[in-house]
Design a protein around this ligand. Structure first.
Ligand SMILES: [Fe+2]
Ligand SMILES: [Fe+2]
Length: 298
């Protein structure tokens, strides 16, 4: 943890010039961070190598899941009373459901935003790499579930109506889309930080798997922290006010859709953490591999 306050609120103000400079800086960062883009595979060289390392060096639960069917019965839609499920099943269900939303959102966006060859502005290029990183996250989440013995997980689309809604979203003009897109990234970081903390409790008797899930999650969170700053960088002063006002309704609505969340996490605290987010709580090693806008650095 950082002892001093090195960073400022993610809602700190920035001038147009500062934001322009930060896009250039982010573009430099993101190219070296992910390595070569494999557009046909929606993948990035460095991320692919990381995932391969995890797959080639598997760890397993000391005590396999007692009732994997409890997971499979409830992972797409909750069938049982959630209170009857143990914490492990709830946690794995929450991971899947959060990742599924992410997957649906990016799947819709990938086909409508310009590919790299047709990306002429720096913002478009950044957005293309950003989406490729999100696909890597779904693979890392899938690896978390496999690490816990769940190798029959399917990535199930939402209802056709909801899928359509997600597909329309990236076509909206920036002034409508930028604030929700930023708050969604912020919600990701908040969720991942809280998820990281419950690994200690839920996986107390599983040190190897606990360490592995933390390592997998770190790979995701490092990207998401950078996405938070990057998406913030799209937004002017009015949009920032809108964004801050959106934190509570967005988090509330999104987490209400995942029944596991209320049983595992303190949602009001998550909302508070989102509204107060300033990078200072993140471990130094994570910050060193991520990206923070210059106007959020003291
Ligand atoms: Fe992500
Ligand atoms: Fe993201």
């Amino acid at each position: 943890m950082n002892q001093q306050k090195n960073y400022r609120s993610v809602f700190s103000s920035a001038t147009r010039q500062e934001r322009e400079n930060n896009f250039k800086d982010y573009w430099e960062f993101t190219q070296q961070h992910g390595g070569e883009l494999f557009e046909g595979d929606k993948d990035l060289a460095k991320k692919r190598a990381k995932l391969k390392y995890f797959q080639d060096n598997q760890v397993k639960l000391r005590q396999p899941l007692a009732d994997p069917d409890a997971f499979y019965r409830n992972y797409v839609e909750m069938q049982d009373a959630p209170e009857t499920l143990n914490k492990m099943t709830l946690m794995l269900g929450a991971i899947y459901k959060f990742a599924r939303h992410e997957w649906v959102g990016i799947k819709g966006a990938w086909d409508v935003v310009p590919d790299m060859a047709n990306s002429h502005s720096i913002e478009d290029k950044i957005s293309r790499i950003h989406l490729a990183e999100e696909f890597c996250h779904v693979r890392l989440f899938d690896e978390m579930l496999k690490t816990c013995g769940l190798d029959k997980v399917e990535w199930v689309p939402l209802t056709p109506f909801k899928e359509k809604v997600y597909e329309q979203f990236p076509k909206f003009p920036g002034f409508l889309m930028d604030a929700p897109a930023f708050v969604t990234e912020l919600m990701g970081v908040t969720f991942y930080c809280h998820l990281y903390d419950i690994f200690d409790d839920v996986l107390a008797d599983e040190p190897e798997v606990k360490a592995r899930l933390k390592a997998l999650l770190d790979e995701i969170t490092i990207d998401e922290v950078a996405h938070v700053g990057q998406r913030r960088n799209f937004i002017g002063p009015i949009g920032m006010k809108v964004s801050k006002a959106l934190v509570k309704p967005f988090y509330t609505m999104f987490f209400a859709d995942i029944p596991e969340v209320a049983l595992l996490f303190d949602v009001p605290q998550m909302i508070e953490d989102g509204r107060r987010f300033d990078f200072n709580e993140l471990p130094d090693e994570m910050v060193a591999r991520s990206w923070i806008p210059s106007y959020c650095v003291n």
